[in-house]
Design a protein. Sequence first.
Length: 107
Amino acid sequence: MTVKTDNLKLDFTIIRNQKIIELEQNLILDDTNSDLLLQLAQEHFDIGNYLRALNCFFKALSFEPENGRIWNKLAVVFIKLGNFSAAMNLSRIAYRLITQEQNAVSS
Protein backbone atom coordinates (compact mmCIF):
# COMPACT_ATOMS: atom_id res chain seq x y z
CA MET A 1 0.00 0.00 0.00
CA THR A 2 1.35 3.41 -0.89
CA VAL A 3 0.45 6.60 0.82
CA LYS A 4 0.80 9.92 -0.89
CA THR A 5 2.24 12.39 1.55
CA ASP A 6 0.78 15.34 -0.38
CA ASN A 7 -2.74 14.06 0.33
CA LEU A 8 -1.93 13.54 4.01
CA LYS A 9 -0.47 17.01 4.24
CA LEU A 10 -3.54 18.46 2.55
CA ASP A 11 -5.88 16.56 4.89
CA PHE A 12 -3.87 17.74 7.89
CA THR A 13 -4.02 21.35 6.65
CA ILE A 14 -7.79 21.14 6.19
CA ILE A 15 -8.20 19.76 9.72
CA ARG A 16 -5.95 22.52 11.11
CA ASN A 17 -7.85 25.22 9.23
CA GLN A 18 -11.17 23.84 10.49
CA LYS A 19 -9.81 23.91 14.03
CA ILE A 20 -8.69 27.52 13.58
CA ILE A 21 -12.11 28.51 12.23
CA GLU A 22 -13.82 26.77 15.15
CA LEU A 23 -11.59 28.51 17.70
CA GLU A 24 -12.13 31.90 16.05
CA GLN A 25 -15.91 31.39 16.09
CA ASN A 26 -15.78 30.48 19.77
CA LEU A 27 -13.72 33.60 20.47
CA ILE A 28 -16.42 35.73 18.86
CA LEU A 29 -18.73 34.49 21.59
CA ASP A 30 -16.16 34.84 24.37
CA ASP A 31 -13.27 37.10 23.41
CA THR A 32 -11.86 37.15 26.94
CA ASN A 33 -11.23 33.40 27.11
CA SER A 34 -7.46 33.14 27.39
CA ASP A 35 -7.56 29.35 27.00
CA LEU A 36 -9.17 29.71 23.57
CA LEU A 37 -6.65 32.39 22.64
CA LEU A 38 -3.78 30.13 23.67
CA GLN A 39 -5.19 27.23 21.66
CA LEU A 40 -5.60 29.48 18.61
CA ALA A 41 -2.09 30.86 19.07
CA GLN A 42 -0.66 27.34 19.21
CA GLU A 43 -2.56 26.30 16.08
CA HIS A 44 -1.18 29.30 14.19
CA PHE A 45 2.31 28.65 15.55
CA ASP A 46 2.19 24.99 14.52
CA ILE A 47 1.48 25.85 10.88
CA GLY A 48 4.00 28.69 10.76
CA ASN A 49 1.65 31.66 11.06
CA TYR A 50 3.99 33.30 13.54
CA LEU A 51 2.57 36.81 13.34
CA ARG A 52 -0.95 35.57 14.01
CA ALA A 53 0.37 33.42 16.85
CA LEU A 54 2.17 36.46 18.24
CA ASN A 55 -1.04 38.49 18.15
CA CYS A 56 -2.99 35.77 20.00
CA PHE A 57 -0.28 35.26 22.62
CA PHE A 58 -0.13 39.03 23.28
CA LYS A 59 -3.90 39.19 23.66
CA ALA A 60 -3.86 36.21 26.06
CA LEU A 61 -1.11 37.95 27.99
CA SER A 62 -3.38 40.96 28.48
CA PHE A 63 -5.68 38.68 30.51
CA GLU A 64 -2.88 36.80 32.31
CA PRO A 65 0.13 39.13 32.59
CA GLU A 66 1.75 37.01 35.32
CA ASN A 67 1.63 33.78 33.27
CA GLY A 68 5.28 32.94 32.65
CA ARG A 69 4.40 30.22 30.16
CA ILE A 70 2.77 32.74 27.84
CA TRP A 71 5.87 34.93 28.07
CA ASN A 72 7.94 31.87 27.19
CA LYS A 73 5.75 31.10 24.16
CA LEU A 74 6.20 34.68 23.01
CA ALA A 75 9.96 34.24 23.27
CA VAL A 76 9.77 31.16 21.06
CA VAL A 77 7.73 33.06 18.46
CA PHE A 78 10.33 35.83 18.42
CA ILE A 79 13.04 33.23 17.90
CA LYS A 80 11.12 31.92 14.89
CA LEU A 81 10.83 35.50 13.60
CA GLY A 82 14.59 35.99 14.05
CA ASN A 83 14.35 38.66 16.75
CA PHE A 84 16.75 37.11 19.23
CA SER A 85 17.14 40.20 21.39
CA ALA A 86 13.40 40.37 22.09
CA ALA A 87 13.34 36.60 22.63
CA MET A 88 16.07 36.88 25.25
CA ASN A 89 14.25 39.66 27.11
CA LEU A 90 10.98 37.72 27.04
CA SER A 91 12.76 34.59 28.25
CA ARG A 92 14.09 36.47 31.24
CA ILE A 93 10.60 37.64 32.16
CA ALA A 94 9.26 34.10 31.71
CA TYR A 95 12.01 32.64 33.89
CA ARG A 96 11.38 35.17 36.66
CA LEU A 97 7.62 34.56 36.66
CA ILE A 98 7.89 30.77 36.51
CA THR A 99 10.46 30.79 39.31
CA GLN A 100 8.21 32.98 41.46
CA GLU A 101 5.29 30.65 40.80
CA GLN A 102 7.32 27.57 41.75
CA ASN A 103 8.61 29.25 44.91
CA ALA A 104 5.07 30.19 45.92
CA VAL A 105 3.89 26.61 45.42
CA SER A 106 6.77 25.10 47.39
CA SER A 107 6.28 27.53 50.31
